[in-house]
Design a protein around this ligand. Structure first.
Ligand code: GRF
Length: 213
């Protein structure tokens, strides 16, 4: 059975688009059944609708609402679609145990982070990688726990940092790697023994990855 995937996103949604297209192309054994945003009007929603995602939902925080109360509403909305996997694709809220420790969701929530964890946790992974002077940057997929960007690492891809990089150029190179790494990660959730995509997918030039992926 293809995985039922719910995506949470707050912004442009390019990772959601990449994942949805790879599902639709049969490269990921899954289907994006719902996209939820906390930011009304975020481009990810229109893009999801254009791609034919069956359910889209804008779920802003209500005035005075606690984190736990918001996460309870989010959990109920997500659970209504009975997902096998919940993907945080640029979802810019820290989720509390109300969501991440829910018995139906724990262990099935995947985040994409724009740095090579466990370095550079937090909201500025690319900026902080650049500021530290690393020569390899990259992205990480991991299971989500209550510890910010601290759950078990699933996959990583590295990209070179060029001498003249600024935050924008490095972020674009990392994002291209994310667009490959996230769908690959989700596919491996469906089939942990899936053959490597090497040779039959568009891994961006210059991206370093473990060939076993
Ligand atoms: C990505 O770099 C992701 O790693 C980070 O936010 C960005 C979201 O980009 N958390 P998009 O919305 O998928 O285009």
């Amino acid at each position: 059975m293809p995985l039922r995937i719910v995506v949470l996103a707050s912004g442009s949604g390019s990772n959601m688009v990449s994942l949805t297209k790879k599902c639709q192309a049969g490269l990921v054994d899954g289907s994006v059944v719902m996209v939820v945003t906390d930011k009304p009007g975020a481009p990810c929603i229109a893009k999801a609708q254009d791609l034919g995602v069956p359910v889209t939902l804008e779920l802003p925080v209500e005035p005075g609402e606690t984190r736990a109360d918001y996460d309870a509403r989010l959990r109920d909305a997500v659970a209504s679609e009975s997902p096998d996997v919940v993907v945080l694709a640029g979802f810019m809220r820290i989720l509390t145990p109300t969501f991440v420790d829910d018995p139906g969701l724990a262990g099935h929530i995947v985040n994409i982070h724009p740095a090579l964890l466990p370095s550079f946790k937090g909201a500025h992974g690319v900026r902080d990688s650049l500021a530290a002077g690393v020569k390899l940057a990259g992205c990480t997929t991991h299971l989500v726990t209550a510890e910010l960007d601290g759950g078990p690492i699933l996959l990583q891809a590295a990209v070179p940092v060029m001498p003249d990089d600024d935050q924008e150029t490095l972020a674009a190179r990392v994002l291209a790697a994310e667009h490959w790494l996230l769908p690959r990660t989700v596919h491996l959730q469906a089939d942990p023994h899936a053959p490597s995509w090497q040779g039959r997918d568009d891994i961006p030039d210059g991206v370093l990855w473990s060939p076993g992926f």
